[in-house]
Write a protein that binds this ligand. Structure first.
Ligand SMILES: *Cc1c(COP(=O)(O)O)cnc(C)c1O
Length: 430
C-alpha cells in the first residue's frame, strides 16, 4: 500500500464534510475528477504551494489562473496591506476604482465604460441581462463546454442536438429559462449559422470564451471568431466575450488583442482581482450606459469595487506591465510545448497537448481537440493516474481532465524543464 503522504489533509477533509457541504466551498476542490484526496493548503509563494502536511508543490493551478505573477507577489501584498489599513470596505466611491478602470480602458480598446463586480459569475450574468435589456430579446447562444459562471441562463451545456434549446445542468434552473439558451458546438460554423437562421431575430446575444478553457484548452479555428462576430452583427445580436480566464493573461488586451476584434461586451475576473474577489464587465459606452444608474438594467453590489480587491488587481496589472510579464509567459509556454512535444513523440499511445499562451491542457486521446465532444473522449482514468503521478513528484495541475492549467510569471525555465522531465517519466509509466 502507498503511504498516505497527506494525513493532515485527509483528516481535515473528514472534519470539513461535517461542516461544509461536501467539505468544500466550490465543487471541483474535492478532486473528485482525479480520484485523489483533496489538498488543504497552508501557504503559497511564487510558483510554489505547501499543503498542511508540509509537502511542497510546483503549482500550475495558480488559483485557477488568478495568480499570474505567482502567489503572494510583493507588489500585490504591499498594495493590499496599504489599502486594508485605510479601511476594508466603504460602500462608497474611492479614487483607486478610477485608476483600475483607466488601466482596463487603456489596455482593452473595446471597453469604453466599466462596471466592477465581485466575481466572474456576477459579471457574466449581468452581461447577459444587459444584452437582453438592450435588444429587448430573450434568447442567448452559448457554446457547449464553455463555462460562464453559475448564473441560471448560463448553466446550460447542451441538448443532444446543437439546434435544440438547452437543458439545465443544475436542478433549480427553470426549464423555461434554460430553453432560452441555445447551445452550439465550438468551432462549428454551419450549426451556428443554422441557429441564427432559425432564431436570429430572438437572439439577444452570443456569449463565448474566445479560447475555450473550461473543458481543456480549445482555441478557435482560423476565421471562426470573425465569423461569429459577423453573424451576430447581421442578426442584431450582441457579442459577449467572456475573458474571465483570457483577460490580462493572453496579453494586456486579452484574446481580443490577440485576434484584433472588438466585442460589444467583455467580462473579466481571475487575473483582474490579483487573487481577491473582483470581476468586471465593460464595453461600448452606449451599451454599458443602459446599466443603472444611467439606464434601466439593474446591477448593484455592496462590495462592488471593493478597495482592497481593486488595490490588489491594480498592483498586479501594473507589475505585469513593468516586469515584462507577457514576454516571460510566452517564453515559458513555448519552452513547455517544445519539451512536451518531444516527450509525446516517444509514447506508444496518443496524448494531445493543447496550449494557448500560458494556458495548457492534456487530452488522453487522439487530437486535435476541436470541441467539447472531442474533449470528452479524453480517458479520465489515464488523466487521473497522470495527475496522481505528478502530485507524488510535487507537481500540481488543475485537478480535472477538463480544466486548463496555468503558467505564471513566477515559474522559471528550470521549473518548466523539470516539469517536462517529470511529465515524461509519468507518461511513460501509464
Ligand atoms: C471562472 C470563470 C467564470 C466564473 O468566475 P467566478 O469568479 O468563479 O465566478 C466565468 N467565466 C469563465 C470563462 C471562467 O473561467
Amino acid at each position: 500500500m502507498v503511504k498516505n503522504q497527506r494525513p493532515t489533509s485527509s483528516k481535515l477533509y473528514l472534519e470539513a464534510q461535517e461542516l461544509l457541504v461536501g467539505g468544500v466551498n466550490s465543487p471541483v476542490r474535492t478532486f473528485g475528477a482525479v480520484q485523489t484526496a483533496p489538498l488543504f493548503v497552508s501557504r503559497a509563494r511564487g510558483s510554489r504551494l505547501w499543503d498542511v502536511d508540509g509537502n511542497e508543490f510546483l503549482d500550475y493551478l495558480g488559483s485557477w489562473g488568478a495568480a499570474i505573477l505567482g502567489h503572494a507577489a510583493g507588489p500585490v501584498i504591499r498594495a493590499i496591506q496599504e489599502a486594508a489599513t485605510k479601511g476594508t470596505s466603504f460602500g462608497l466611491c474611492h479614487p483607486l476604482e478610477l485608476r483600475l478602470a483607466q488601466k482596463v480602458c487603456q489596455w482593452v480598446p473595446s471597453v469604453e465604460r466599466l462596471r466592477l463586480t465581485s466575481s466572474g459569475t456576477e459579471a457574466c450574468l449581468t452581461a447577459v441581462r444587459l444584452a437582453r435589456g438592450v435588444t429587448g430579446r430573450e434568447k442567448i447562444i452559448k457554446f457547449e463546454g464553455a463555462y460562464h459562471g453559475h448564473g441560471d441562463s448560463l448553466l446550460v451545456r447542451a441538448g443532444s442536438g446543437a439546434l435544440a434549446g438547452g437543458h439545465p445542468d443544475s436542478a433549480g434552473v427553470p426549464a423555461w429559462l434554460a430553453a432560452q439558451t441555445l447551445v452550439v458546438s465550438w468551432n462549428d460554423l454551419p450549426s451556428l449559422k443554422e441557429v441564427f437562421r432559425l432564431h436570429g431575430k430572438e437572439v439577444a446575444g452570443i456569449i463565448l470564451e474566445p479560447v475555450l478553457a473550461n473543458c481543456g484548452v480549445i482555441p478557435p479555428e482560423p476565421g471562426f471568431l470573425e465569423e461569429v462576430m459577423e453573424l451576430a452583427r447581421q442578426h442584431g445580436s450582441l457579442v459577449i466575450w467572456d475573458e474571465v480566464i483570457t483577460g490580462f493573461r493572453l496579453g494586456p488586451a486579452g484574446a481580443q488583442g490577440q485576434w484584433g476584434l472588438r466585442p460589444d461586451l467583455t467580462t473579466f475576473g481571475k487575473v483582474l482581482g490579483g487573487g481577491l474577489p473582483l470581476g468586471a464587465l465593460g464595453g461600448r459606452k452606449e451599451i454599458m450606459e443602459r446599466l443603472a444608474p444611467c439606464g434601466d438594467v439593474y446591477h448593484a453590489g455592496t462590495l462592488s469595487g471593493n478597495p482592497v480587491a481593486v488595490a490588489a488587481g491594480l498592483a498586479q496589472l501594473e507589475e505585469l506591465e513593468k516586469g515584462g510579464g507577457y514576454a516571460i509567459l510566452t517564453e515559458l509556454g513555448e519552452l513547455l510545448e517544445q519539451g512536451i512535444r518531444e516527450v509525446l513523440r516517444g509514447l506508444p499511445y496518443p496524448v494531445c497537448f493543447q496550449r494557448c499562451g500560458s494556458l495548457f491542457s492534456f487530452f488522453f486521446t487522439e487530437g486535435p481537440i476541436r470541441n467539447f465532444r472531442d474533449a470528452r473522449r479524453s480517458d479520465p482514468k489515464k488523466f487521473a493516474r497522470f495527475f496522481a503521478g505528478l502530485l507524488e513528484r510535487g507537481i500540481l495541475l488543475a485537478p480535472s481532465p477538463w480544466e486548463s492549467s496555468f503558467l505564471s510569471v513566477a515559474h522559471t525555465e528550470n521549473d518548466v524543464e523539470w516539469t517536462v522531465r517529470m511529465m515524461g517519466e509519468v507518461l511513460r509509466s501509464l
